[in-house]
Design a protein around this ligand. Structure first.
Ligand SMILES: Cc1cc2nc3c(=O)[nH]c(=O)nc-3n(C[C@H](O)[C@H](O)[C@H](O)COP(=O)(O)OP(=O)(O)OC[C@H]3O[C@@H](n4cnc5c(N)ncnc54)[C@H](O)[C@@H]3O)c2cc1C
Length: 386
């Protein structure tokens, strides 16, 4: 059985490894010409790490991951710690430490695990069609490939999704912009093994450790969609948005490298439950585009990949049965995470200022129990965390 996978992001590559593991012939096509992911890092929660472990990448993932022993929330304006608690209860409950990792390093790990030389770079899919015996993709350079199945892991603006649904969809602006990057660990920003989050005014500033003595940082700033921005001006822009904030935040703004700081408008997509049309299926952001507020988009893509493998293990000679089983296993779980993230997003970013003020109050009396319960409930429910 042969699978064509469109997109060499974390979803497509995880799926490629997962299908190759069970003996399918896999071809991966990627429109860009090199490994240059948008965004600095991601937190791979325990459900995502379990998927990577399942794909044979336990040691590699641990090597890239930062060690988060504690989490803290800090009043962004005063710098007072609102709460600080250990991550150990979470690790004990779900049986796996989460790992924040640099995106480029995660991508490279997955590319190498699949076989970087086997990825067809510079191949932009422009059409996909489904037939009785095969599905066919066409590329911008006029070439085509056919396979028993096509997996569209072509991201949030997926063309495959349009084919599967039969129409275009409009994504929803979530109301805030995220600035992110990497800096050297600095105690003035937060302790080296702590995930520190400053909150206030519906904004958020976060720093968490990744391997190599670095912090992955991000700033969330609510603002209207489509504001003009010149790349390289992050320091000036953030200085203005965070004027009067605590010394740790000012230190981070001073330390960041404006030339490598990314600015992303955050969008998501209402969950939908048709992921398969004949021999063509969507996976990852193509199937469930979420805000990053619970850090589950990429983890969910990895869960898709493992669920796809399980479906083909169960139905080795029947593409339609396997894709049907994949769809059944995934749409509800992935859609639930999108809606959970949306809810979290609204509270964090002061969509209703009273709800956000109540959350800040809650944080002041938090001992970690409620937050960990919330994170565990996101982690549980995937193919390896049921
Ligand atoms: C600011 C931010 C922070 C985030 N933080 C986290 C986090 O902490 N934890 C987490 O789990 N997730 C996080 N996410 C979500 C995560 O980044 C995505 O869910 C994940 O990247 C999805 O992977 P994917 O492979 O489905 O899509 P992508 O990573 O977008 O990959 C899609 C690939 O398909 C290629 N492609 C697209 N169209 C075509 C075409 N026509 N032909 C060929 N190739 C094509 C693209 O070039 C790309 O390489 C975050 C997202 C954002 C924006």
């Amino acid at each position: 059985m042969k699978a064509v996978i469109i997109g060499a992001g974390m979803g497509g590559l995880s799926a490629a490894i997962a299908l190759k593991q069970i003996g399918l012939d896999v071809e991966v096509y990627e429109q860009v010409t090199e490994n240059k992911p948008v965004g600095a890092a991601i937190s791979v929660w325990s459900n995502g790490v379990k998927c990577l472990n399942h794909l044979g990448l336990e040691q590699e993932t641990a090597d890239l991951g930062g060690i988060v022993d504690t989490m803290s929330y800090v009043d962004g304006l005063t710098g007072d710690t609102m709460c600080r608690f250990s991550m150990q209860p979470l690790i004990d409950e779900v049986g796996q430490r989460p790992y924040p990792v640099a995106r480029a390093e995660l991508q490279l790990m997955l590319m190498n695990a699949y076989g970087i030389d086997d990825i067809h770079f510079g191949k932009k899919m422009v059409a996909v069609t489904d037939g009785e015996d095969a599905a066919t993709v066409e590329f911008a350079d006029g070439t085509t490939d056919s396979a028993d199945l096509v997996i569209g892991a072509d991201g949030a603006k997926s063309l495959t999704r349009e084919y599967v649904l039969g129409h275009e969809v409009e994504r929803r602006y979530a109301g805030y912009v995220n600035f992110n990057g990497l800096v050297e660990v600095d105690d003035a920003i937060g302790p080296a093994s702590e995930w520190t989050t400053y909150v206030g005014e519906g904004k958020r500033v976060s720093a968490m450790p990744i391997a190599g003595n670095r912090f992955y940082f991000f700033f969330d700033v609510p603002m209207p969609e489509g504001q003009s921005y010149e790349r390289g001006t992050a320091r000036e822009v953030l200085t203005e948005h965070f004027a009067g904030w605590a010394p740790g935040v000012q230190r981070l703004i001073e330390k960041l490298d404006p030339s490598t700081t990314n600015r992303v408008e955050i969008l998501d997509l209402d969950p939908f439950h048709t992921w398969v049309k004949g021999r063509v299926a969507v996976l990852g952001d193509a199937a469930h585009n979420t805000t990053p507020d619970i850090g589950q988009g990429g983890c969910s893509a990895m869960e898709d990949a493992v669920a796809l493998q399980f479906a083909f293990t169960e139905h080795p000679n029947d593409v339609h049965a396997a894709l049907g089983a994949y769809e059944k296993a995934r749409t509800e779980r992935a859609g639930d995470l999108v809606l959970r993230a949306r809810k979290r997003c609204d509270v964090t970013h002061a969509k209703d200022p009273e709800a956000t003020a109540a959350w800040y109050e809650e944080l002041r009396s938090e001992d970690g129990t409620r937050i960990i319960r919330g994170i565990v409930s996101n982690i549980v429910g995937g193919p390896l965390t049921s």
